[in-house]
Design a protein around this ligand. Structure first.
Ligand code: HEC
Ligand code: HEC
Ligand code: HEC
Ligand code: HEC
Ligand code: HEC
Length: 201
C-alpha cells in the first residue's frame, strides 16, 4: 500500500529520467578517464620512518637487491626485508647512529618498522614479479636507477598503458581496445600477454 502510493507520488515520468542521468554521468566519468589516462603516482617519494638509503646500501656498499628483496625471483611480491636482515650487519655496523639505535630498539621490542609503501597497484590487478625477473628484465627497467636514490621514488606510471606498452608497444587506450588488430600488425607477436584476464581475474 505505502509502496504503491509512494511511487505514484513520485510521478510516472521520473524513473527513466533518473536512469538517463545515471547513464550520462557514467559516460562523462568514462570520458574523463579516457582524456586523462595518465593520472598516476609517478614521482611519489614519501618520507620513511627510518631514512634507509638505497644509494648507500645498493650503490656504495654494492649489496645485491635480492639479498634484501629475497622473494622477487620466486613469488609475486618482491617483499620488504624483515629486521633480521638489517641486523645481519647492524648488530655491529654504525651503532653510534641514532637511526641504527632506533632500528635496534624496534628489533628488541619486536615492533616491525612501518615502512610507507611506495608502489601500489589497485587490488584488481595481478602483477607477478617472478615471471618478469625470470625473463631477464632488470629491476631498473621498471624502478629506475634505484642504486642512486637516497629516498625511493616511483619511477614509472604503473598504469595500464605502461604495462601494455611493454607487453606490446601499445600507447593509447584506443589502441588497447583495438588490441586484436595490433597483435596482427606486430610481426614478432607480443612479448607479454594482452588479454584482459592475464592482469584482471
Ligand atoms: C639492505 C637492504 C636492501 C637492499 C640491498 C635493497 N633494498 Fe630495496 N628496500 C629496502 C627497504 C628496507 C625498503 C623499504 C624502505 C624504503 O622504501 O626505502 C626498500 C624499498 C624498495 C622499493 C620500494 C618498495 C615500495 O614500497 O614500493 C623498491 C622498488 C626497491 N626497494 C628496489 C630495490 C632495488 C632495485 C634494489 C637493488 C638495486 C634494492 N631495492 C636493494 C631494502 C633494500
Ligand atoms: C616489469 C616491471 C618490474 C620489474 C622488472 C621489477 N618490478 Fe618491482 N614492482 C613493479 C610493480 C608494478 C610493483 C607494484 C606491485 C603491486 O603493487 O602489486 C612493484 C613493487 C615492488 C616492490 C614493493 C612491493 C612488493 O612487491 O613487495 C619492491 C620491493 C620491488 N618492486 C622490488 C623490485 C626488485 C628488487 C626488482 C628486481 C629484482 C623488481 N622490483 C623488478 C614492477 C617491476
Ligand atoms: C650487508 C650489510 C648491511 C645490511 C644488511 C644493512 N645495512 Fe644499513 N648500513 C650498512 C653500512 C656499511 C652502512 C654505512 C655505515 C657508515 O656510514 O659507516 C649502513 C648505514 C645505514 C644507515 C645510515 C646510518 C647513519 O646514521 O648514517 C641506516 C639508517 C641503515 N643502514 C639502515 C638499514 C636498514 C633499515 C637495514 C635493513 C633493511 C639495513 N641498514 C641493512 C650495511 C648494511
Ligand atoms: C618492461 C616490460 C614489461 C612491463 C613494464 C610489464 N611487463 Fe608484464 N610481462 C613482460 C614480459 C616480457 C612477460 C612475459 C613473461 C613470460 O613469458 O614468462 C610479461 C608477462 C606478464 C604476465 C603473465 C605472467 C604469466 O604467468 O604468464 C602478467 C600477468 C603481467 N606480465 C602483468 C603485468 C602488469 C600488470 C604490468 C604493469 C603493472 C606489467 N606486466 C608490466 C614484460 C613487462
Ligand atoms: C598487462 C596488464 C593489463 C592488461 C592485459 C589489461 N589491463 Fe586493465 N589495468 C591494468 C592496470 C595496471 C590497471 C591499473 C589502473 C591504471 O591504469 O592506473 C588497469 C586498469 C583497468 C581498468 C580501470 C581503469 C581506471 O582508470 O580505473 C579497467 C576498466 C581495465 N583495466 C580494463 C581492462 C580491459 C577491458 C582489458 C582487456 C582489453 C585490460 N584491462 C587489460 C593492467 C592491464
Amino acid at each position: 500500500m505505502s509502496i504503491t502510493s509512494g511511487h505514484s507520488n513520485q510521478g510516472p515520468g521520473k524513473g527513466p529520467i533518473i536512469a538517463l542521468s545515471v547513464l550520462l554521468l557514467t559516460a562523462l566519468a568514462l570520458g574523463v578517464v579516457y582524456v586523462f589516462p595518465t593520472v598516476s603516482n609517478q614521482g611519489y617519494a614519501p618520507d620513511q620512518p627510518i631514512p634507509f638509503s638505497h644509494k648507500l646500501h645498493a650503490g656504495a656498499n654494492k649489496i645485491d637487491c635480492k639479498y634484501c628483496h629475497a622473494a622477487v625471483e620466486t613469488s609475486r611480491h618482491a617483499t620488504i626485508p624483515s629486521m633480521n636482515v638489517c641486523m645481519n650487519c647492524h648488530s655491529v655496523v654504525k651503532l653510534d647512529s641514532p637511526h641504527i639505535q632506533n632500528l635496534r630498539k624496534h628489533f628488541q621490542e619486536g615492533k616491525p618498522v612501518e615502512w610507507v609503501r611506495v608502489h601500489e597497484l589497485p587490488d584488481y590487478v595481478y602483477f607477478p614479479h617472478n615471471r618478469h625477473v625470470a625473463k631477464g628484465l632488470a629491476c631498473e627497467s621498471c624502478h629506475g636507477e634505484v642504486k642512486s636514490m637516497d629516498k625511493i621514488s616511483q619511477f614509472a606510471k604503473l598504469n595500464m598503458g605502461w604495462c601494455l606498452k611493454c607487453h606490446e608497444g601499445v600507447t593509447t587506450p584506443k589502441a588497447v581496445l583495438a588490441r586484436v588488430r595490433i597483435e596482427q600488425k606486430n610481426p614478432h607477436g607480443p612479448i607479454g600477454p594482452l588479454h584482459c584476464t592475464a592482469c584482471h581475474n
